[in-house]
Design a protein around this ligand. Structure first.
Ligand SMILES: NC(=O)c1ccc[n+]([C@@H]2O[C@H](COP(=O)([O-])OP(=O)(O)OC[C@H]3O[C@@H](n4cnc5c(N)ncnc54)[C@H](OP(=O)(O)O)[C@@H]3O)[C@@H](O)[C@H]2O)c1
Length: 288
């Protein structure tokens, strides 16, 4: 596995704010790597004191270490668990660093709304493995205030799109469904595939192409018995799954219901758009 480069302290301070990356979870690790790859100046802090996530490891007390970390900072990046963000910011109500300089605070949680920090939600998944350095600048951020994002991160070329705080709960629900739920489904299916001895390479190629087809043709990529209206096959699938994995059988039935509801809604919408052609055989009403 690639090593996280040394904390970047290159002399870009004349053009860049000085950042503090707070936290030692998955996002914080990716941010440290990304900022290092750009030689952006930052200090790092996490409450656990681990050397990879702390610039001032010699200071053992977490609060003292944080104060020292922030003393070098103009923009503090709060990359910690969602539930901890607001309490963490409240404890620093003055929002200044040790020199009395006002800090700008940024958090990355779409589900958190606080006036104390700018929200910049990266529309990406950050797991344990790092990405290639040239991948990071392509990640888009959903932001309360894109102009402020550009001011706080003048060296970042990432796409930024505006999203009002009151739209974020729905946006986040969609992110979770689009990004996390397919993985839950694939995990469930993988167990069955491996019990049947299906090669994991074959499954990987199938999933990769499914994703690629959807990205290229989202409206027409769906295939299979649901699209073909093959109800006998669907019933047999549910029966097989009830024996091997009842939870997956329930999910199968829920997807069938979802598919049919969507189909029905589309048909209704089409009829509403052109009631005459949909309801009148031969388009008689158009004949004069
Ligand atoms: N991972 C993603 O794909 C992703 C994508 C978009 C946005 N985000 C956002 O990024 C943020 C971090 O997520 P993550 O995935 O990196 O989480 P994570 O891997 O679970 O790490 C959470 C980190 O928060 C720290 N923490 C928790 N409570 C704390 C507190 N009271 N004080 C200080 N540190 C505390 C933990 O410290 P310890 O290690 O000491 O427990 C840990 O380092 C979240 O707001 C999340 O919504 C994540």
């Amino acid at each position: 596995m690639r090593q996280v480069p040394n904390i970047g302290m290159a002399d870009t301070s004349a053009i860049s704010p000085r950042y503090a990356i707070l936290g030692n979870g998955r996002l914080a690790r990716h941010l440290r790597y990304y900022f290092s790859s750009l030689d952006l100046p930052f200090t790092a802090w996490s409450r656990c004191g681990t050397p990879q996530a702390n610039t001032f490891t010699e200071i053992t007390h977490p609060t003292d270490r944080l104060e020292r970390t922030l003393s070098h900072t103009s923009v503090a990046l709060v990359a910690i668990s969602d539930a901890a963000i607001v309490p963490f910011l409240h404890q620093r109500a003055t929002g200044t660093n040790a020199h009395g300089k006002l800090l700008s605070w940024v958090h990355f949680a779409a589900s958190v709304d606080t006036p104390q920090a700018l929200c910049a939600h990266p529309l990406m998944t950050f797991a344990d493995a790092l990405y290639d350095a040239d991948f990071y600048p392509r990640i888009a951020f959903a932001c309360d205030d894109p102009a402020r994002f550009r001011t706080l991160f003048p060296a970042l070329r990432n796409p930024v799109f505006a999203l009002a705080p009151d739209q974020r709960p729905l946006y986040h629900a969609l992110c979770v469904m689009a990004g996390n739920f397919p993985q839950l489904l694939w995990q469930g299916c993988n167990t069955g595939f491996s019990q049947l001895g299906v090669p994991s390479d074959a499954v990987a190629m199938y999933l990769r192409q499914i994703s690629e087809n959807f990205i290229r043709h989202p409206g027409t990529a769906l295939t299979g018995p649901l699209v073909r209206g093959d109800t006998a096959t669907c019933a047999s699938h549910r029966q097989q799954l009830r024996t091997s994995d009842p939870a997956l059988a329930e999910l199968y039935a829920a997807f069938e219901r979802f598919f049919h509801q969507r189909q029905q809604a589309q048909t209704t919408a089409k009829s509403a758009e052109s009631p005459i052609s949909a309801n009148t055989p031969g388009h008689a009403a158009h004949e004069h």
